[in-house]
Design a protein around this ligand. Structure first.
Ligand SMILES: [Zn+2]
Length: 331
């Protein structure tokens, strides 16, 4: 350890570090061999993060993440070199993208509410960790009263069902945005959709089939649960919905998919992600949403923000930047 510092740091820095480096070397000699005998755990621990918004307890839960080679059209309207620069500025690799998924559980006092369900069962084990992580965090899926869906992409709805097709939250009612339902359940829209999108229409039918009156459609600007009000943020999908959470003096915005990765799309709100179904509308929505969050200084939760998926958004140049919340040891 000491040798590396001597090779790579300037003399002045070394003098300051001298005492610490000597201590580290001594500690390593004394303890290193014993610690190295323990096998590495090799995987992440369950990600569960809790905070209070007034009287509402808000829990972010990781569903996992997917990593893949970054395609040139991931951002449809920016040169690859600019995308690479933005990734480098965030200390992320230029050739790969990792997208994470963070559903939330809200305890409103009267109801336990899940907002979006994650990817559901995954044979590869990259995602589908919402249920085990929630359980590790002290929340029993059977105790969930209500599942509220923001939009019908698979990473938000597939966790409604377990691998055998049964319901992941067996005692919960399921609430979906009426506008989203109208778009995806239209056989006419499905017939005229490009072949690449037909699977998404079929998936919506699979997830929401045979739910009877367990499933209801909600309208915008009317509470779905005490203190939780959906509002229209269309563009990413035709009925895409965000949520304002309010309790006492506490305020909180759940953006859903206003952006994908913040290092790209919070920083550059004019960039169009491949997943935005109406990119122009999505961009206008994004700017309006973040201008409101900046003006109100309201914390924002992003389904695809790095865990624990909450921060403040500030104006920065032509775009914005996300300042992640500081971890708090107490509620
Ligand atoms: Zn998503």
């Amino acid at each position: 350890m000491t040798k590396i510092w001597q090779d790579t740091t300037r003399r002045g820095a070394l003098q300051t570090l001298g005492a610490g480096a000597a201590f580290a070397a001594t500690s390593a000699a004394g303890l290193g061999s014993a610690l190295a005998a323990a096998p590495p755990v090799g995987k992440q621990a369950p990600g569960v993060y809790r905070q209070k918004v007034g009287d509402i307890e808000v829990t972010s839960v990781t569903d996992g993440g997917r990593s893949f080679p970054l395609a040139d059209n991931f951002v449809r309207n920016a040169p690859r070199a600019d995308v690479n620069s933005a990734l480098q500025a965030a200390y992320m690799p230029a050739d790969r993208m990792t997208i994470v998924f963070n559903p939330m559980v809200l305890n409103t006092g009267g109801k336990l509410v899940v907002i979006d369900t994650g990817n559901g069962p995954d044979p590869k084990g990259e995602v589908g960790h919402f249920i085990p992580n929630m359980t590790a965090g002290g929340i029993d899926p059977k105790s969930i009263d209500m599942v509220v869906i923001s939009h019908f992409h698979g990473d938000h709805i597939n966790g409604v069902r377990l691998a055998d097709g049964s319901l992941a939250f067996p005692n919960a009612e399921i609430k979906v945005p009426a506008a989203e339902w109208a778009f995806w359940m239209s056989d006419e829209n499905m017939a005229k959709a490009p072949d690449a999108m037909k699977g998404a229409f079929n998936n919506v039918r699979r997830v929401f089939k045979d739910l009877g009156d367990r499933l209801t459609r909600y309208e915008m600007d009317k509470e779905v649960a005490a203190g939780v009000t959906p509002f229209a943020t269309h563009g990413h999908t035709p009925g895409h919905t965000s949520f304002a959470v309010q309790s006492g003096s506490g305020r909180f915005l759940i953006q859903s998919d206003i952006t994908n990765h913040p290092a790209l799309f919070v920083r550059n709100p004019g960039w169009h992600a491949i997943f935005d179904m109406n990119p122009t509308e999505a961009e206008a929505t994004r700017r309006k949403f973040y201008d409101r969050a900046v003006a109100d200084k309201t914390p924002v939760a992003g389904f695809h923000y790095p865990f624990p998926s909450v921060g403040h958004v500030e104006k920065a140049g032509d775009g914005y930047r996300l300042v992640p919340i500081a971890w708090s040891p107490a509620l």
